[in-house]
Design a protein around this ligand. Structure first.
Ligand code: FE2
Ligand code: FE2
Length: 347
């Protein structure tokens, strides 16, 4: 299956669910329109008064409404990619993330679209299909960036719609919870360092916030499903989720091994977090710094959404637990700690 097959498989899934792609402005938006869309995408409160019981019809309806109403109508083809200095272009092109980013979006859109076709509930199907469409748009954004700055991509491996849509949905959603948590921190490192220029970071910002919305939707749909299953199906559901976490742990261990000096294979792409953190910043970043920044960014990005919706909690909890055991490798005089806390600067 080449790129074209993957596109047509996705188009077939959209048609099967009678999904109409959102209307997008054809002209580049004004600064005011961009700012308004940005605000709308990162904060949302339900008009429903009182508590929102997890598992209730209102919880499901408001979760799906949140997703539709925080949609950001940007069009990848009109993005004005900023001019970068030769050093910045070198830093962007040598980031080891582009192949895995394109492949991840491509696979995610098919998996989400398959699940949207498999669920009966029209609210859930509509929101998950929009999520799939946004993954496809992320792919287009990355393709435009890659073309603009002359990044070479490896050919895409074949991706087919999954045979078990629920498993694929649970797997992709949980993978996004892990990847987004670290992406939030890495992105903040890039913003603070000025390594890629402020404009490029700002241009990419909607994609990162969209991943935050995706995992907010996912966490709430899983919580809703969990609350609505009879006990015997609930056991099977929890076992599936345990299986997903086991798969992710195994997958990440295999990737970590492929990065070791003795490892073989495509470690370069796989090492989204470890090798990328240092290429985002001139300040020496150790594991503790990175986790602290990820946690802070995670809280900041979710802060604008209705507090009655559940948040993904497993990875942030694991990260807080890990912090108890991870000491900073370097001495941190107060001045250095302040520097990590502060805003954009040229380092
Ligand atoms: Fe995405
Ligand atoms: Fe996503």
């Amino acid at each position: 299956m080449d790129d074209h097959d993957s596109d047509s498989a996705f188009a077939t899934l959209m048609r099967a669910r009678r999904f109409t792609a959102p209307e997008l402005p054809t002209e580049p938006p004004s600064g005011a329109a961009l700012a308004a869309a940005d605000r709308a995408s990162r904060s949302w409160t339900s008009t429903q008064a009182g508590p929102l019981a997890i598992g209730s019809q209102a919880h499901k309806r408001e979760t799906c409404r949140m997703f539709l109403e925080t949609f950001n109508p940007y069009r990848p083809s009109v993005i004005a990619w900023p001019k970068l200095t030769p050093e910045m272009i070198e830093r962007v092109t040598s980031l080891p993330i582009w192949d895995i980013a394109v492949h991840t979006e491509s696979r995610a859109r098919l998996r989400f679209a398959s699940y949207a076709n498999a669920v009966a509930d029209p609210d859930i199907a509509g929101a998950v299909m929009l999520n799939a469409w946004e993954e496809s748009r992320h792919k287009e954004v990355i393709a435009a960036l890659v073309a603009t700055y002359g990044i070479k991509l490896a050919p895409e491996p074949p991706f087919k719609p999954p045979r078990d849509p629920q498993w694929a949905y649970l797997l992709t959603g949980h993978q996004e919870c892990v990847d987004s948590f670290f992406a939030f921190g890495l992105f903040e490192l890039a913003r603070r360092s000025g390594y890629f220029g402020t404009e490029l970071v700002e241009t990419f910002e909607p994609v990162i916030q969209e991943e935050c919305r995706h995992i907010l939707l996912f966490a709430n749909l899983v919580a809703w499903e969990r609350a609505n299953l009879p006990w015997w199906r609930r056991i099977a559901f929890e076992l599936r989720i345990l299986g997903v976490w086991a798969y992710i742990a195994w997958e990440r261990m295999v990737l970590a091994r492929s990065l070791s000096p003795k490892g073989h294979g495509a470690g370069q792409d796989a090492n989204f977090t470890a090798s990328t953190a240092q290429s985002m910043s001139a300040v020496e970043i150790d594991a503790r710094d990175l986790i602290e920044i990820c946690l802070k960014e995670n809280d900041r990005r979710f802060a604008g959404y209705d507090a009655r919706l559940v948040r993904p909690t497993f990875i942030p909890r694991l990260a807080r637990f890990a912090l108890r055991f991870i000491k900073s490798r370097k001495p941190r005089p107060p001045a250095a700690a302040d520097r990590l806390e502060s805003g954009p600067q040229n380092l």
